[in-house]
Design a protein around this ligand. Structure first.
Ligand code: BT5
Length: 339
């Protein structure tokens, strides 16, 4: 009943719905409605009440819970099971644990806060409480361990499309796993595998997206390289300071990521990896740019020209040799700035 009341308020947003109308629609007493409204308020929904007009949502809230994510979710595999935590060490670590216990393909773990968010190669991932999307998806794709990179590519494409669908903002992909906005890092992807006998048993896809951070929410060492969707929207609206921007709703983005990712996941399981690589190329900011790569401690400069179907970056080096670069083996740095 609680979430049916919430649904009514959302349908009528930003207007009031009278207590009487809700009571008639749902067949519950006015006192019961009042109790449910108070429970919703405790969950973080800002609901105004007026004895004459009834109840209304003050803003469409950025509350993260299973109900918000599932509303309008169009998937059949991803997000069948969703676990949402207030705080957790790392959604990837937890997802790995439940995967080992045999959770379903497509299980999603989301947290409002991570105390030990991880990047690749033991790096830290800053996961400011309540500000971003810290999520992991357990996948059981039908691919070989050496082709795992395709999942990272697919996830990057899904994130770019999801952000565009939810906010209209266009982002780009920096090889292999960063989503870039305004030349800064908006999102990072961490794909980990649980392998058994040469085949992938399970794969944990971790996605971190900065959503409602202000610049001051990032530690100083990230201030010149990280960005959130809110910071970008604020910048765009800078001319008109009177506009109070609504928070970006994390659940909308998560839902869109799952919807987009499921389409690509099906393609992968059907063997259509070329399609993923082609989509990835459309959003790449790396292809065509000058890069510096370090292979076995030797540094090469060159131009990134392509990506292979299994996710290797093809670089035409200035020494005339074209090399295929595997992520994790090397570091790629754009020569001009972060990208
Ligand atoms: C990544 O690593 O970009 C993968 C990040 C994956 C995070 C998700 S959140 C949910 C799931 N659970 C986890 O524990 N992890 C995943 P890498 O390419 O190694 O980049 C790490 C580097 O990005 C750090 O060394 C910082 O320089 C920078 N960084 C850290 N936090 C950031 C943030 N919030 N926004 C932008 N850059 C950040």
């Amino acid at each position: 009943v609680k979430y049916t009341i919430l649904k009514k308020l959302e349908e009528h947003f930003p207007h009031y719905v009278s207590g009487e109308a809700i009571s008639e629609m749902l067949g519950v007493s006015r006192t019961a409605i009042w109790k449910h409204i108070n429970e919703l308020r405790k969950e973080g929904y800002i609901i105004e009440s007026s004895s004459k007009k009834g109840y209304r949502l003050q803003v469409l809230p950025d509350v993260l819970n299973v109900h918000e994510i599932k509303k309008g979710l169009e998937t059949r595999i991803l997000g069948r099971e969703i676990e949402c935590f207030e705080s957790i060490s790392s959604t990837n670590t937890y997802a790995k644990e439940i995967a080992q216990k045999g959770c379903k393909d497509g299980t999603v773990v989301v947290a409002n806060c991570q105390t030990q968010g991880r990047g690749r190669l033991g790096r830290q991932w800053n996961s400011e409480p309540g500000k971003g999307i810290w999520m992991s998806v357990v996948l059981k794709p039908e691919i070989l361990p050496q082709d795992i990179q395709i999942i990272t590519l697919a996830a990057a494409v899904a994130v770019v499309k999801a952000i565009k669908a939810a906010t209209g903002i266009e982002t780009g992909i920096k090889w292999p796993n960063d989503i870039i906005l305004d030349g800064k890092k908006l999102c990072g992807i961490l794909t980990e595998m649980i392998c058994e006998m040469e085949r992938i048993n399970c794969l944990i896809l971790g996605i971190g997206i900065n959503v409602n951070h202000d610049m001051s929410d990032f530690p100083p060492d990230l201030s010149d390289k990280a960005i959130s969707l809110k910071m970008y929207i604020d910048q765009k609206n800078n001319a008109d300071k009177s506009i109070e921007n609504m928070p970006v709703r994390r659940s909308e983005i998560i839902k869109n990521v799952l919807n987009e990712l499921e389409i690509l996941y099906r393609e992968i399981n059907n063997g259509n990896v070329t399609k993923i690589a082609n989509e990835w190329k459309k959003y790449s900011v790396t292809i065509g740019s000058r890069v510096k790569v370090v292979i076995k401690e030797i540094e090469y400069t060159g131009t990134a020209i392509d990506i292979t179907d299994d996710g290797k970056l093809v670089v035409r080096c200035d020494d005339g040799v074209t090399r295929e670069i595997l992520s994790g083996e090397i570091s790629v740095r754009g020569i001009l700035g972060y990208v």
